[in-house]
Design a protein around this ligand. Structure first.
Ligand code: PLP
Length: 396
């Protein structure tokens, strides 16, 4: 088989492979603790399910408009205008089968072959994969571990900008580190975007998965609405990962191109699922609030247990459902590299996590070692049990 040359440049999301392996081990009878994937073990809120059920009963099962149903586009524009201070209307919203497709469609709409694109590393692996697959040059920027959390390496990012840089991918409230820009940092990024004429993908997958404080978006800053595309997803906030509903929001001409990509690709998003999403946006939020409260409790329990381990240090992010503990000491004590540690932790304790390497290759000069632990798919008692076993193993 002679596959196209670009296939060699296509990456993947290896967290799914860890997840499949963990499920296979569980099926063989091993006791496992699911810290590996950003999926949720909460039921989709009733209000969403009922919205979709009603739509199914009413026969909303044919093709719908390529951009998604007008009611959902309007509701998305309205909600975003309230939270972000934007002035979006229907023409600024293209509903998508999840948030992930926005990444490729943003790049296809705005990136020419050879253009340089700044993207976070460690970061969601699909950015690098899609930039390279579509013929761009992926230029990573990193994060620094600070006193209270991780911070985007602004200086490093700035020094990577060249006259070929066209796009910036920003995932504030970041997977995997939980990093969050300060208002000053966001302002500086916005200034850089204007100064260097960059378009920005603002991946806001975790905008609403927040336990303290308020989420900010770069889109709200002066001059940004006309150069940003927001990646929105229903997956996390409404425990709807398998429903596949998300949206791209941005300037009308980019959105028009993205709608044309919808036509060429999936024709339209799932018709009846959008009515579920609409009911979620407009309806009772009590189940979402209860989920956030449960996630917060999981976060605090996991952070406290991780920090009680010798050779482990873990910050407490205000948003996302990920932890990014520094295990440099623990790994050195075991004399293991990333792959050995990952495998031994899984086989000897059942704790299934991802490592830093599942979020991109290490950058030059990186000396610290990290795991990424998701607590969205594991109950509190299992967090306690799994991390207690991990503590005994790490310190043993
Ligand atoms: N962006 C980030 C940073 C993510 O972590 C994820 C999912 O894990 C997504 C986008 C895409 O999520 P979905 O396609 O389920 O909306």
């Amino acid at each position: 088989m002679r596959l196209a040359e670009r296939v060699a440049r296509l990456g993947t999301e290896t967290a799914f492979a860890v997840s499949a392996r963990t499920a296979a081990l569980a099926a063989e009878g091993h006791k496992v603790y699911y810290f590996n994937l950003g999926d949720l073990n909460f039921a989709t809120p009733r209000v969403v399910v009922e919205g979709a059920e009603a739509a199914l009963a009413e026969g909303k099962t044919g093709y719908c408009p390529n951009a998604g149903i007008a009611e959902l586009r309007e509701a998305m524009a309205q909600v975003t205008n309230e939270t972000h201070g934007t002035s979006y209307g229907l023409n600024n919203v293209a509903i998508q089968p999840g948030g992930k497709p926005v990444i490729g469609k943003f790049l296809l709409s705005l990136m020419n072959p050879g253009d340089e694109v700044l993207y976070p590393n460690p970061g969601f692996p699909i950015y690098e994969s899609m930039i390279q697959f579509h013929g761009g040059v992926a230029v990573p920027y990193g994060f620094k571990e600070g006193e209270k959390n991780f911070a985007l390496d602004l200086e490093g990012l700035e020094s990577s900008i060249t006259d070929r840089t066209r796009l910036l991918i920003l995932n504030d409230l970041q997977n995997p580190t939980g990093a969050e820009c300060s208002p000053e940092e966001l302002k500086r990024l916005a200034e850089l975007a204007v100064e260097h004429d960059l378009y920005v993908l603002s991946d806001e997958a975790y905008y609403d998965i927040r336990f303290e404080g308020d989420s900010q978006s770069i889109v709200s800053l002066p001059g940004m609405e006309e150069r940003c595309v927001i990646l929105y997803t229903f997956s996390k906030k409404f425990a709807m990962t398998g429903w596949r509903v998300g949206a791209a929001l941005g300037p009308a001409d980019v959105i028009e191109t993205i709608i044309q990509l919808n036509i060429n690709d999936e024709s339209c998003p799932n018709h009846f699922a959008q009515y579920g999403a609409l009911a979620g946006l407009k309806g009772d939020q009590s189940e979402v609030q209860a989920m956030l409260a449960a996630l917060k409790e999981r976060r605090d329990t996991a952070v406290d247990l991780l920090n009680s381990m010798e050779g482990v240090r873990c910050y407490r992010p205000h948003a996302t459902f990920y932890l990014y503990p520094n295990l440099t000491g623990a790994m050195a004590a075991k004399g293991m590299d990333y792959n050995e540690f990952h495998e031994a932790l899984l086989m000897e304790t059942g704790v299934s996590a991802c490592t830093r390497l599942h979020f991109g290759s290490e950058l030059p000069g990186e000396t610290q070692r990290y795991l990424r632990m998701a607590y969205s798919g594991i109950d509190l008692d299992q967090i306690e049990e799994g991390l207690t076993k991990m503590k005994a193993w790490v310190e043993g």
